[in-house]
Design a protein around this ligand. Structure first.
Ligand code: C5P
Length: 232
């Protein structure tokens, strides 16, 4: 599995994201485009960033009936992104439909990753609001197993869970892990964080890093530091 650093481009306009990417004159980082930027600028922003030579993780977290997700994934696969995602809570049937929709006529498709329980969901909230009574980490592992059963490539999880996910679902089941901070950096609103080096040690395949790079005084240096620690 090729390890890589994915830069979360959480900007709300084309101007902001392009002026950020313009700083990278030597490398072409793998870029995550989330709802904020996609809803602000539409699919054109994906094509433009792709045309600049970046790999793209389109983080839109689909969750709907299988037929709707299948058709939406079919449209997204035409954007030629490298990775996209959905909520495992949509069921195995929805995830299977997503794979069908995402697969291009030539049999290729972007990697498909499942979100399990959002890290913003606490045990208490899961029990009271979702009426799920099992321990949260078991729910995450169960959703990971469902994603694997449906044929997905991996899940988004905390870097601290990456080892356990590999144990349960195999070494080739991809772990994409946000919540990464430098040892001497600001944590911000993230709670369960670890460093790029530690994420590598535990077994993350891709780390998703936002503010430690986007808000750094020197984003290119911060990106290089991440790559050095994580990819080596
Ligand atoms: O700025 P920061 O490094 O915290 O950015 C992390 C990125 O990963 C953000 O785009 C955030 O939405 C995303 N993410 C996360 N935790 C999850 C899923 C996605 O932080 N469980």
């Amino acid at each position: 599995m090729g390890k890589d650093v994915i830069v979360a481009c959480d900007f709300s306009s084309k101007e902001e994201v392009m002026s950020f990417l313009d700083k990278f004159t030597e490398e072409k980082p793998f870029v995550k485009i989330g709802m904020e930027l996609y809803y602000a600028e539409g699919p054109a922003i994906v094509r433009e960033i792709k045309a600049r030579g970046h790999k793209i993780f389109l983080d839109l977290k689909l969750h709907d009936i299988p037929n709707t997700v299948k058709k939406s994934m079919s449209v997204l696969s035409r954007l030629d992104v490298d990775m996209t995602n959905l909520h495992a809570a949509g069921t195995v049937a929805m995830m299977e439909a997503a794979i069908e929709g995402l697969t291009r006529p030539d049999g290729t498709r972007p990697m498909l990753i499942a979100v399990t329980q959002l890290t913003s969901t606490s045990q208490e909230r899961m029990e009271s609001d979702l009426l799920i009574k099992e321990p949260l980490d078991e729910v995450v592992m169960h959703y990971a197993s469902c994603a694997k059963k449906a044929g997905l490539d991996g899940i988004v999880c905390s870097p601290l869970e990456a080892g356990k996910v590999h144990e349960r679902c195999g070494e080739n089941f991809v772990t994409v892990t946000p919540g990464v901070r430098f040892a001497d950096g600001e944590i911000g609103d993230q709670v369960r964080v670890t460093t790029p080096a530690k994420a590598k040690e535990i077994g993350s395949d891709y780390i998703v890093v936002g503010r430690p790079i986007t808000a750094a005084a020197d984003p290119v240096a911060a990106y290089r530091r991440c790559v050095n620690e994580f990819v080596g």
